[in-house]
Write a protein that binds this ligand. Structure first.
Ligand code: PGA
Length: 259
């Protein structure tokens, strides 16, 4: 089976009800003929139902930006994997560096989220990446390996098929300048080899996507790299034209105006 490429839109804590309606309707209209790319939109929690309703019977899937690691109970402010499924949301983003940094999420919490979501039939994107200091001190691979092994602890073959790995060097997120393609290539190869040695018998290893200042000018060289199966986009996903341009480039499709 050849895996499709993936493009995630991580809207973070941006947009409002009106702008989301416009963006979703424009994006789904412009991308309705795209069949060879998995397109996933991650709105803030309050707008998830709106986006799942608007994208029903389309080629667009919906993700949350976070999830909790229990199914239900006294966890004020949290959202369970079952609730996501209930409203038609088929993915969460797990372990984004902004949550690791501002909400103090640990690899152990992240691992519990991965296990609970995948055993409840949700797909997940597990994010990892190094800080600028770690890169300067040549600790990139150590950091990535640690996040990968601890984030995927006790994951079995069945769960593996529901996981995508998101490599996001923290120092380039939101900076306007992506990492160098040589560096992206090196880390993606490293992640692929790690996954291969962690799951030697698996026929379908997780897809690996890159995130960090992806835009319409740098998408082509990035997505053409070996072991780069797609991208996770923040800022550039808030603009319909730019986002659609990126998806179409990834799908190598020529866009013809919908009538
Ligand atoms: P960016 O964000 O594209 O704005 O750098 C990416 C991300 O944090 O997922």
């Amino acid at each position: 089976m050849i895996n499709k490429k993936i493009v995630f839109a991580n809207w973070k804590m941006n947009l409002d009800a009106d702008s989301i309606s416009t963006l979703v309707s424009d994006v789904s209209n412009k991308l309705k003929r795209v069949e060879n790319v998995d397109i996933i939109l991650a709105p803030p929690f309050p707008y998830i139902i709106k986006v799942t309703d608007m994208t029903k019977n389309t080629n667009i899937h919906v993700s949350s930006q976070n999830v909790f690691f229990e199914e239900s109970g006294a966890f004020t402010g949290e959202v369970s994997p079952l609730m996501l499924t209930d409203v038609g949301c088929s993915w969460p983003i797990i372990g984004h560096s902004e949550r690791r940094q501002h909400l103090l999420e640990t690899n152990e919490m992240i691992n519990k989220k991965v296990l609970l979501c995948t055993s409840n039939n949700l797909n997940v994107i597990l994010c990892l990446g190094e800080t600028f200091d770690e890169r300067r001190q040549n600790k990139t691979f150590q950091r990535i390996s640690d996040q990968l092994t601890r984030g995927l602890r006790e994951v079995n073959q069945k769960m593996l098929g529901k996981i995508v790995i998101g490599y996001e060097p923290i120092w380039v997120i939101g900076s306007g300048e992506a990492a160098r393609v040589e560096d992206i290539q090196e880390v993606h190869n490293f992640i692929y080899n790690q996954l291969r040695s962690m799951f030697p018998d698996s026929e379908n290893l997780p897809r690996i996507v890159y995130g960090g200042s992806v835009n319409q000018t740098n998408i082509k060289p990035i997505v053409s790299l070996e072991n780069v199966d797609g991208v996770l986009i923040g800022n550039a996903s808030l603009d319909c034209e730019i986002f659609c341009d990126i998806v179409l480039t990834v799908g190598c499709l020529l866009y013809t105006s919908p009538s």
